[in-house]
Design a protein around this ligand. Structure first.
Ligand SMILES: C[S@@+](CC[C@H](N)C(=O)[O-])C[C@H]1O[C@@H](n2cnc3c(N)ncnc32)[C@H](O)[C@@H]1O
Length: 249
């Protein structure tokens, strides 16, 4: 396993390890926030590479005298990548609506050596004003927003970006072809078992995310980003049923 076990927020994820009489809808509460780093590393194949690509793309796209946004920042893993690679005279705004995540994110940023100008806001990203943005990151967040609200949110992001700015959007994928959907899902569950999750943990987590994490297809993402006003849209990373898209304004 590639998780540190020596710092804060790095406990082993046991949230679904015991049989539950009733599996509640998944929430980003304190119990999840305490183990989130371990949970996302063991659940999302390619997550460390995606974080590195956020660093690479921040160096390429974040501009002086502009704003960078991390929407749905959780503990700040992507926030720290942006912070460490953006120009010194740009400003970073990290947003999450979970108090448990925001508290831990603020603490993680305080421990970071970078001096980059950063604010961490507890609010819904539907209420976040996007302005003068050269870089917007949504790393596995859009999938938790109601499907019907996604087009308007993406348009508002595009409208708040400067020419040449970039949106990095990472999401779980769904496949229209049933056989492909089954194959990708099975392989993802194999990945989770390889990471040490039991069949019970995989099944209970899956039940908790039902209707909470609603994935779209590759085609839906590409079409919707183009309609929102991005001039170039590419899938730049894909691992099983998880992908990152780069959309340039
Ligand atoms: C999968 S996590 C994101 C992981 C993080 N970006 C990273 O790279 O480690 C999704 C986050 O989005 C937040 N979130 C979900 N819906 C939100 C909303 N409407 N407004 C703000 N944050 C939201 C959750 O609280 C959660 O912390």
């Amino acid at each position: 396993m590639n998780n540190r076990q020596d710092g804060k927020n790095t406990g082993q994820d046991k949230v679904y390890a015991e049989p539950l009489a009733h599996v509640d809808a998944f929430k980003f509460d304190a119990q999840v926030a305490d183990v989130f780093e371990n949970m996302i590393n063991r659940s999302v194949p390619g997550y460390p590479l995606i974080l590195d690509m956020i660093g690479v793309l921040t160096e390429r796209f974040a501009q002086s005298d502009s704003n960078c946004y991390d929407l749905g920042c959780s503990l700040g893993a992507s926030t720290l990548k942006i912070r460490q690679h953006m120009p010194a005279d740009s400003h970073l705004i990290a947003v999450d609506n979970s108090a448990a995540m925001i508290d831990r994110c603020r603490a993680n940023i305080e421990r970071d050596h970078s001096q980059a100008s950063t604010e961490v806001l507890q609010q819904s990203i539907q209420d976040t004003q996007i302005d003068n943005a050269s870089l917007v990151v949504m790393n596995f967040t859009l999938q938790f927003i109601a499907d019907q609200e996604r087009p308007a949110l993406l348009k508002r992001i595009a409208d708040g970006m400067i020419n040449g700015g970039a949106l990095i959007l990472s999401e779980k994928l769904v496949f229209e072809d049933e056989q492909e959907q089954r194959f990708q899902t099975d392989l993802h569950h194999d990945f989770k078992r390889y990471q040490g999750y039991s069949d019970l943990e995989v099944a209970q987590k899956r039940a908790s995310l039902e209707n909470v994490l609603v994935p779209n297809s590759i085609e839906q993402h590409i079409d919707r980003l183009s309609i929102a006003g991005f001039s170039e849209v590419r899938m730049i990373v894909r691992c099983l049923n998880f992908a990152s898209f780069l959309a340039i304004r």
